[in-house]
Design a protein around this ligand. Sequence first.
Ligand code: NAP
Ligand code: G4F
Length: 355
Amino acid sequence: MARTKSTPQKRALVTGITGQDGSYLAELLLDKGYQVFGLVRRLSSSNHTNISHLADRVTLLDGDLLDKTSLIAAVRRAEPDEVYNLAAQSHVKVSFDQPILTAEFTGLGVLRLLEAIREVNPKIRFYQASSSEMFGQVQEEPQTELTRFWPRSPYAVSKVFGHYLTVNYRESYGLHASAGILFNHESPRRGLDFVTRKITDAVARIHHGLQDEVRLGNLDARRDWGYAGDYVRAMWLMLQQDEPGDYVVATGETHSVREFLDAAFGVIGVTDWTKHVVVDPAFFRPAEVHVLTGDASKAKRLLGWEPTVTFPELVQMMVRADIERVELEQLNAQNGVTLAKLNALRSPTAQAQLG
Ligand code: NAP
Ligand code: G4F
C-alpha cells in the first residue's frame, strides 16, 4: 500500500518475530501494507530461518525483553501504531527447569514493554500473547474469557501475570491493550520440541528410514490444536477494534496426543505406530494440563474470526512439509559430500597424484 496523506502506511513492531507466530504475523502485516519492525535478541549464532524469506521486507531491531532500555529504544525507533508482544520463553516443560528466567521473560517482560509504551506513546495499540495454559486445571468445559484461571506451571503463572497486567494497564491508563487467550496452534514452523512437530519430524524421518522410534511423554493429554496462520489473523483483528478486550481463540475441538499420532502415522500408511513410540518418563511434567477445549464464540461474534484448517488437514500439512524438508536435507547432505569429494579431487595433492 503506497503512503498517501489520506491513508498513511501503518507501522507495527513485533517481538518474537523469529518464532512461529511472529513469522506468520509479519507476513500478514506485510500483505496488509504495514511497515514491519521486528525485535530480535542478539545471539552469537542467530537463527532467523522462519523469517529468512522476509529479510529484505522487515526491519530488525536489537532488543531483549529483559532490558527495558532496549525496549524503549525499539519503540522510539519503530514509531509503531501497533505492538504485538509474542516474545516469551514459551516451552512449558522448560519453565519447570528455568522458572526464574521464564518469569523474567514471559511475565516481567510484558511489564517492561507496557512501561516502554506508556513512556514513549500511550496511543500505541498493544497485543499480548496470553495462553490457554492459564486455564491449567480446567474449571469448566469448554473454556471462555470468563473461566477461572488455575495455572499449572511457572510458564502459565507468568502468562497470568502478563495477562492481568495487560488488563490493568487498559483499566488504569486507558491503553488500547488486548489479550488473545490462544489455544495451541501449530504449523510446519513450530519449534521441534513441541509435541506436534516432534511427532511430524519423527514420522518424516521414519518414512525416510533415518530413525526408528520417537520418545514421548503423556500420550493421554488432550489439546485444542489449530493452525498458526489462522490464529495470527485473530491477533490483528483484535487491534482493529474500537475497544480493546480479551478473546479466546480456539477451534472448539479437542484431541489426544494418541489421536495426533494416529493421524500423523496415517499419512505414511502406518496404522500401528506402537512399535515406533516409546513412553519416556523424562518427558512427563511435574504438573500436567490434562485437557483444553476453547469456546471462541466471542471472537467469532465480534471479530468475525473463523478457523479455516481442520485437525486432519493440519496434521497432513505438517507431516508433508517435514517429509519434503527431510528429503531436501538428505539431498543437500549428499551434494555436500559430492562437493567435498570434488574439492578433494581438485586439491594440489590429488592433482599431483593423478599426474
Ligand atoms: P516461539 O516459536 O517459541 O517464539 C518465541 C519468540 O520469542 C522467539 O522469536 C524468541 O526469539 C523470542 N524471545 C524469547 N525470549 C526473548 C527475549 N528475552 N527477548 C526477545 N525475544 C525473545 O513461540 P510461538 O509459538 O511463536 O508463540 C508466540 C507467543 O504466543 C509466545 O508468547 C507464546 O508463549 C504464546 N502462545 C503460543 C501458543 C502456541 O500454541 N504456539 C499458544 C498460546 C500462547 P529467539 O529466536 O531469539 O529464541
Ligand atoms: O506441545 P506441548 O509442549 O505444548 P503445551 O505444553 O500445550 O504448550 C504449548 O501450548 C500452550 C497453549 O496452551 C502455549 F501457551 C505454550 O507456549 C506452548 O506453545 O505439549 C502438549 C502436550 C502436553 O500435555 C505434554 O505433556 O503434549 C504432551 N507431551 C507428550 N509427550 C509432550 C511430549 N510434549 C512435549 N513438548 N514433548 C513430548 O515429548
